[in-house]
Design a protein around this ligand. Structure first.
Ligand code: ATP
Ligand code: ZN
Length: 226
């Protein structure tokens, strides 16, 4: 089911680390939205735009499948989903319109603070807990290090102390969470920012014009902030 209504449909994270910046960006671009906490869909008052508010993990798929026209998503989640679909034999198509200047973080390998560390070879045959098995697999393959992963979608940082993994591969921004859990960051495997993506299937003329207008405004807003 592709979006064929008259409003440009944009998927944004409902609640989380990207929400505030996404809402702020739309506001700065002159898109007025009436937000209703309970509602899945929000409408713009002044432009033919509707916002689908979802879990961030669902955003790449919604864009790949053409259910929404645009999405704002962390590159980490985007590439993880893309690699997963490719591994499953699916074709993945979308257009990356722009990297945004928020949502910055890195995906890193971390181990027990007291454990000595020499190189990525230390992870040889290690058991690593992560929410990003595909990004981790790509990195370890490049490094030529065999390993095993356990998928955890939350509380990844407690895995070593709970005795269920030797190490973790998780998102880091300040490092405070790692520290609080007695861990140290030893390798950065991926640098991420939020980005704006568009479905691959062409939009009708009016919608594409609106996307171009939004993109120009985003460029203006982000340059002003630099
Ligand atoms: P949802 O409920 O939508 O699934 P979530 O808990 O998976 O939310 P958040 O923690 O809100 O996700 O993070 C969303 C995105 O924000 C991350 O995927 C990442 O791109 C970005 N981000 C920026 N800094 C951090 C950080 N320190 N930790 C985690 N994510 C961060
Ligand atoms: Zn999520």
């Amino acid at each position: 089911m592709t979006n064929s209504n008259n409003r440009l449909r944009i998927a944004l994270q409902k609640k989380g680390r990207l929400s505030k910046d996404c809402n702020e960006l739309l506001k700065q671009c002159g898109v007025k939205i009436t937000w209703n906490e309970q509602r899945l869909i929000a409408y713009s008052e002044n432009l033919p735009i509707e916002i689908l508010r979802v879990r961030d993990d669902d955003i790449p798929g919604l864009v790949f499948d053409g259910v929404v026209d645009l999405g704002i998503i962390g590159e980490n989640v985007l590439e993880e989903e893309e690699l997963g679909r490719i591994a499953g034999g699916e074709k993945v198509e979308y257009k990356k319109l722009r990297t945004l200047d928020f949502g910055g973080c890195r995906l890193s390998l971390a181990i027990d603070r007291d454990q000595p560390y020499h190189s990525v070879q230390d992870f040889n045959n290690a058991l690593i807990a992560t929410s990003y098995p595909n990004l981790l697999k790509r990195y370890m393959k490049e490094q030529g290090v065999p390993f095993k992963s356990i998928l955890l979608n939350g509380s990844v940082e407690v895995a070593p102390s709970a005795g269920i993994a030797h190490a973790i591969c998780d998102l880091v921004s300040s490092g405070a969470t790692l520290e609080a859990n007695g861990l140290k960051e030893v390798e950065v495997i991926y640098q991420s920012k939020a980005c704006l993506i568009q479905r691959a299937e062409p939009l009708d003329g009016d919608k594409q014009q609106l996307v171009d207008k939004l993109l120009t405004r985003i460029q203006g807003v982000q340059q002003a902030a630099e």
